[in-house]
Design a protein around this ligand. Sequence first.
Ligand code: SF4
Ligand code: SF4
Length: 113
Amino acid sequence: MKGEGAERDRLLKEIAKCRACRFCVDVCPTYQASGGVESYCAYGRLQITKYLLNGTLAFDDALTYCLYSCLQCRRCEVMCKSKGQNLDICDILGRGRRLLSQRLAEEGNDAKL
Ligand code: SF4
Ligand code: SF4
């Protein structure tokens, strides 16, 4: 897809601003509901998005569920911004999901999403 590489690079650059401080973890309702699984908080979802975008990880059902179970409630984002890290987490996750969905559709795997 034309422009995919540029958008992927923009997203990876934004994700790289995450300082792994984990201030966003405890406020996340899906992290709480999971009983403390880091893949279900903003920090974990950003890392999963990064590794899927750069090809380190391949899509599977568990990773797909991690990304799509985000409620987009922005509690993590408020915490991230209040601590001075300033990531637009929901925007990054939304754009990442869109890009990865397009990639899968082009590869003929759209049934997975
Ligand atoms: S609060 Fe922001 S900078 Fe810190 S781990 Fe979470 S997303 Fe990354
Ligand atoms: S927007 Fe997603 S990652 Fe952030 S606190 Fe809400 S459910 Fe968790």
